[in-house]
Design a protein around this ligand. Sequence first.
Ligand SMILES: Cc1ncc(C[n+]2csc(CCOP(=O)(O)OP(=O)(O)O)c2C)c(N)n1
Ligand code: SF4
Length: 244
Amino acid sequence: MQKVFERPKGLTDAEFSYCAGCLHSTTHRLIAEVMDELDIIHQTVGVCPVGCAVFMYEYMSCDIIEASHGRAPSVATGVKRMLPDRVVWSYQGDGDLASIGTAEIVHAAGRGENISVIFINNTTYGMTGGQMAPTTLIGQKTTTCPTGRDPHVNGYPIRVCEMLATLDGPSYIERVAPTSPAGLVKTKKAIKHAFQNQIDGKGFSLVEVLSNCPTNWRMTPIESFKWIDEKMSEVFPVGVFVDR
Ligand SMILES: Cc1ncc(C[n+]2csc(CCOP(=O)(O)OP(=O)(O)O)c2C)c(N)n1
Ligand code: SF4
């Protein structure tokens, strides 16, 4: 019998610890599929964040390094500069990348480091109980803003792609939403483009994935996909911001 669908080699046999319907799992799979297709598992180094993806080293077949709070782009920079023949990617949530690691991501992008960054924006600190993140939408309720984000008290959401796109360093920046079959195909294509850019020596790439946190959003997975498509993508529009 012909096999038409199988577990990518880029994933280990470990079971994901993510909540049901969480797009962290889907995005892991897409990264693994891209590593398979580019045949780069044995020359790849991933850098994990703090947050729910902290256990990513259990799931990926490539080498993985754990970085402390927000420091993943700096760790990835060090690895890539020491081992320029490796494909080096970081995987970071919005609490990790857009809050604690703001300086690291801005300067790695500004330097045009030849690394690929996968940025998971779920508008919340998932792992630590759903606190407000720099990407939390105006009016969105979280455990630390139970009446909804008020811009006069809590400030406005930060758009990472738009902000980094003002710099000369990045070679590729795209925001995607894997909430539909078409969105999944686009997300995988974007991740592959970010990895290929690095292999071609083009410099810094970042793919922002509009993601969900059904647990802390208090939604079913299907409701969370709808919320991404209807509410989140209004503030964080999908599209290509830089490709050169
Ligand atoms: C003030 C503060 N500093 C540091 C931490 C440590 N910490 C643990 S998980 C995490 C980030 C979680 O959010 P995110 O990066 O969005 O990942 P998610 O869990 O949503 O995937 C942080 C910052 C913390 N909880 N609070
Ligand atoms: S807490 Fe949220 S982000 Fe973390 S695994 Fe569960 S659904 Fe995903």
